[in-house]
Write a protein of this length. Sequence first.
Length: 667
Amino acid sequence: MRSSFPPEAGHAGGALDRSVPMPAADAMAGESGQRDVAGRWLAALDDEDPACARAAGARLETLLARLSGDAFGRWVLTGMRLYPNEPARREQYFRLEDARAIAAFHAEAGAGDLSSAMPSLTLLLEGLSGRRMHIQPRSQFALHAAPLRPVLASGHLLLPDDYTSLDAPDRYQLYRAAVAHAVAHLRYSPAALPVEALKPMSLAVVAAVEDARVERLLVRDCPGTRAWFVPLLEQNLQAHGLGFAALISRMSLALMEPAYQDDNYWVNKARTLFDALGDEQGDYAACRRVASVLANDLGQMRVRFHPQQYAVPAAYRDDNAYLWDYGNPETPPQAQELEVQSHAAFQAAQQEACHDDKRDAQEPVAVTAVELRRALYPEWDYRLARSRSDWCTVIERSFAAPVRAVGAAPPQARAVPVLTLARRRHLSRDARLRRQLEGETLDLDAAIELAVERRLDLAPEPRLFIRPASKARVSSILLLLDVSASTNDVLPGAQRSVLDMEKEAAIVLARAASASGHRIAVHGFSSDTRASVNYYRLLDFGAAFDDAGERAIWSLTGQYSTRMGAALRHAGNCLRGEPGDHRAVIVITDGAPSDVDVFDHDYLIRDAQAAVDDGWRAGVASYGIAVDPGAAAYMRTILGHGNFRIASEPAALPAQLAALYARLAAA
């Protein structure tokens, strides 16, 4: 939306339109309450990102000149959802220096709220359903919670107040479609079905198929409602995603729009099975059988489902609580399949682990790593010769306290060799001091500034030279362990698995590096499709390597696949904040990069090569060791000639790693 006013100085994307004041009487009467609401949102933002809160606070008067407190909250949510992992761009948004911030402001200023639409929506709901119903708002004040969805009960419909311009340009369009979808459930869905043994992912698939079934039945009886559903399904489509929510969004559109074409086998299978039902589409049991087949396929495809983070992709569709009877509300079925523990549960598990030795020194304790954050990274497609932006999701995890996984012996039960490294060299002559009164070479930047100052008749600064100097040398090296399922294998002639030898080598090196004053970090990675690249922070730079660090390394279990490029990009980001000019990654792997959603053998090898090249350009060097006699070809492609070593057997890994590390640390 273009403003009639010129842009403000320093702002991108146009200016805020101040030509429309708030209605005088109502605005003055409710001004205090609106400011209170805006203050709550600003306080929530300050808890999450103080810099963004300061930026928004500086613009608060401008924003509240046209936004209500609730609209301001939706504008804040838009910024958090646009840039969840980009703090710099998020701060630009809240400073109103981002074009999308201006667009979101105008969208919220021109959008109606739920209270004004309530009378017409209630008439629509009661007229189509033929029963007495009430509509109530559902409020959101959590910045990072999953977006709210409508909630349907037999006599009520709760509609979210956190719909933003990201969900649809016309908010009333969302409310109308939400009402029509609720009517479809009331008319055609069985209510309060027993959950029984259904797992959360199966519940979500059955609900998504049921959503499509009842909407098609409503379109059959009320053809005009088709135009209410399909545009919003297209709006929320995640066209290229392979995560659970993306596949559900693609399936939902495919089941409602015959013209939609999708290249995913699972999505096309869903359409084929659903269309084959014909007249049986009115039979819930028949559609339930189709949904069971689709849910089983997703399990076979190893698509991950996180109940706590999942929201129905189509913003107008309800959360499907109307369909299910969970029995005892104190123990919902989500507890059956949580992949990441809550902080409280994690702390309880750690306390249990700490008392383990008092009860039974040999009893193992299983603890899941805590999720820290998520980050999106590109992936290089050599076939198209282009980078797919935001293609891979790296999920960073950490063991926040001493843990011991099932089947893993505590570190004191496994004697590891002792390695001694030379103390790192403290001085080098690499530093160059600029703007000196005397020196060996001319500082061109200073000379240019002097010429400019002379032209402006200013007193020039006479410091025009560069001279060499000594500085403290700092090397930061990150050891990246491949912990994919194949590392559990015991190679011929070996007594232990590849992963056990990786752990031992990492512990030997971490002990020696810490004792010698080197800056070292130990991380691990495995992948379950591009939507879930697990990245484990086991030892961070500057942290003391103690028993807790050893237990964290021993607790790792090999699982999933080896999407090396995404892990290398994330490791490079971890290194870029390190001091000094010498930063390197050493990756240890037992095979070529691979994943279950990639069928081209060279695809992930070439992506890893691109990640290494990007790292070198950013000042992060990459090296590697492969526990694979046949690794020379793909390691040379990924890392380049002379930047890798081959350990022909796992037992040679610690010595190879120590030699490579010593060479890099002394470089």
